[in-house]
Design a protein around this ligand. Structure first.
Ligand code: ADP
Length: 159
């Protein structure tokens, strides 16, 4: 029962978010914004999924560093749904480099690193729905109507 205008996007709470006790803080931000969590689980990322997920960076000198970092501790994978969710979630995370991210963003409030930047959020050009499906099997995703939905957006924003 997702609305036809809802988009799906993938968020990963990286190993630094787990170690720094920021999981709840970050999840809370997405909830408070009105976004809908349609899937969530803790997983260990293996080499195969990391090679696929970061294929666009495979020739970069820091690729091994990303692989080591992302497999160092478990991550929390979230599938998030909402109207304009892809761009909203990216904006809430801030730009890649934590030290350039503005206060008010997740990275700008809690990180100062390029690698240890707490979150992954789907890029619109990377096909967010395909990213969600890389991390979640169909039975791990939930389609439901959030009862606050009708007060979150004006009727004309849903047409
Ligand atoms: P984003 O996560 O903001 O979409 P990218 O897809 O460009 O950014 O990069 C994926 C991840 O790889 C980043 O979030 C960061 O953890 C890591 N990364 C990117 N560039 C660098 C770099 N120059 N040095 C180290 N790690 C990097």
């Amino acid at each position: 029962m997702n609305h036809p205008k809802e988009e799906k996007t993938l968020v990963l709470l990286k190993p630094d978010a787990l170690q720094r006790n920021l999981l709840g803080e970050i999840i809370h931000r997405f909830e408070r914004r009105g976004l809908k969590i349609i899937g969530m689980k803790m997983i260990a990322l293996d080499e195969a999924i990391l090679k696929e997920h970061y294929a666009h960076l495979k020739d970069k000198p820091f690729f091994k560093g990303i692989q080591d970092f992302m497999s160092s501790y478990p991550v929390v994978a979230m599938a998030i749904s909402g109207v304009r969710a892809v761009s909203m979630v990216r904006a809430m995370c801030g730009p890649t480099k934590g030290y350039e991210a503005l206060p008010g963003t997740i990275r700008g409030d809690f990180s100062m690193s390029t690698q240890a930047n707490l979150v992954h959020a789907s890029d619109p050009v990377e096909n967010p729905e395909a990213e969600v499906n890389r991390f979640f099997k169909p039975h791990e995703l939930f389609s439901y109507k959030k009862i606050e939905f009708d007060i979150l957006l004006a009727p004309d924003e849903l047409k």
